[in-house]
Design a protein around this ligand. Sequence first.
Ligand SMILES: *[C@@H]1O[C@H](CO)[C@@H](O)[C@H](O)[C@H]1NC(C)=O
Length: 193
Amino acid sequence: MMLMFQMVLLLCVGGSVAQDVLSPIVNIIEELEKLKNMEERIKALEETMNKVVSENEDKKIAFSAALLASGSGQTGPFDTSKTLTYKKVFSNIGDAYDSNTGIFTAPVKGVYYFRFYAHSHDGRTSAVSLFKNSQNQCAVHTSKPTTNGNASNGIVLTLEKDDQVYTQLWEKTWVYDDANSYTSFSGFILFTL
Ligand SMILES: *[C@@H]1O[C@H](CO)[C@@H](O)[C@H](O)[C@H]1NC(C)=O
């Protein structure tokens, strides 16, 4: 120990020779600084990665459903407009669509795309509107077609978390469905906000 001390002392007063031998000590401190910086950068990267992963999980929202689960026939007419409950669920990733109520509830704030089809049969007038919360957004209308008719509409909507989207059959109109799933409702998220 004493010998070491003497050696260091000797080197200290040894001018340029001492500088050369001591310089690795200075480098180690620099290296430690670099490591510390790297650790901070890795921590920041980890935080970003976790955010990206969870955002990607949030983005798994898509559903598609047709009106009748089985059989065929008219739905309607009703005295007041009625929310359509699409029973044949093809997909419901993220479970945001409820086939008991016909309502899609946004799990996260984002931009979503919705599409709906309405088939009218046997010359019956058919009209369906899409609502965001209780506000009418867009509709389809087939008035007394000679035989049958097909109508569809689609919309991109910005939704807050818990906003609700659904379709309603207008009062005193009909909509038809069978095994071909003519009448349907679909939606999916484009991106979160
Ligand atoms: C509506 O679509 C059905 C199924 O493709 C078709 O049979 C029918 O002819 C269409 N109606 C009209 C008016 O285009």
